[in-house]
Unconditional design. Sequence first.
Length: 270
Amino acid sequence: MVPKHIYTPAEGRRMRVACFMSGSGTNARKIIGRSLKPDSGYDVSLIFTDVRDDRLKRSGGKRCRALDIAREHGIAYECVDIRDFYKARGVKRTDLSLRPEFDRMVLEKVERHSIDLIANAGYMSIMTGPILEGFSGRILNVHPADLSIMEGDERKYVGIHVVRDAILAGERELKSSTHVIREKVDHGEILVISEPVPVVLPEGVDVSVLGQDRGLLGQVVDEHQDRLKEAGDWVIYPLTIQMIAEGRFALDGGGGVYLDGVKTSHGLRL
């Protein structure tokens, strides 16, 4: 298979990125911050959210900050509220049969802005055919685990509780991975894997004890997630986007990743 660049640089043009978000937008802010550097090669040209500005999130009543971030940086803003979408149809949000209809509405909004790359920055809606096909190989995510770790023929740390799972499995270090979004969640091509963050347990506590104390486990997981965001997610996500803007990554459509023209097993390891 012939590899194709995720983005091909053109003189006098910067890559146009859309940040998709559903919450506080810390990843989006880091991506925007990197874009302000003259050598980044990209601009964040759109903030898209599936949570309207006045809707409170269930967890602690916090509001999505997408509109705030867009206004703060003078970036275009689009919203298709997913809860309103399902409510209007009298169907529960867990019914994924309607998700392609939702994603067609999203795609229509995004296509107005001549976007080259989508970066999911805390976007909580599962993407389906219309977006995955419309931006095939051009949708990114950052995941709080080393996606190259396998268990048999499957990636070991996928899903939403991977920091907890890795700690309880006895991993001695944690890493973040940037990857292309494909239909199977957390199984797209790996682009960059971060430097390790050591796992540090409270003195006198081992994994067996930790697994039996939910309160302590939650505290330990939260502390490691915060450290991993700072040393992992917030470093490699903007870096990955800049490397794509520079034309350094290509995909062959069969799972192969090419960095600077050389095929790699798992992209770049820092």
